[in-house]
Design a protein around this ligand. Sequence first.
Ligand code: ZN
Length: 165
Amino acid sequence: MAVRTHWNITHACGHEIARDLSGRPADRRAGFARWLAERDCTDCWKAERGADTESKEQWLAARRAEEQRAAAEWAERFDMPPLEGPERALDWGERSRHRLMTSAHTALVVEGTWHEADWAELEEKARSITRAGWWIDQRDSEGADLLELLEAAGETDRGTENPFR
Ligand SMILES: [Zn+2]
């Protein structure tokens, strides 16, 4: 008697699907059928995965919007100038600036030995860097390195973008 090729699989999701397993070797069909039965059917699996991707994107978008709000509030409160650059870089630049400034404040003032006066000086330097792309480039930097980064940026800028400073 030949091993059957058509199996009715009852999937974990409860759907019963007729499958043609003739493409599998005879001695593997029962095992494969069992494996299939432990899983959701293809439609349910796709739907589930689609929902996951969607909710993850929604979550990311919501988080980004939240960060953007915080960055804008912070910029206003600490008198940070609007950034310059291509439209699509502006929000990202603002978020990067806010994140880096916040981690620098934590590293240097809150957990470090800096006084508020030192910090005020750093803030002043940060205000002079208005190129969104610069802040985006520093997005993975350590807060503790910010002063060095700002000083390097200042030197570059003096030679090129702002000859009057
Ligand atoms: Zn299903």
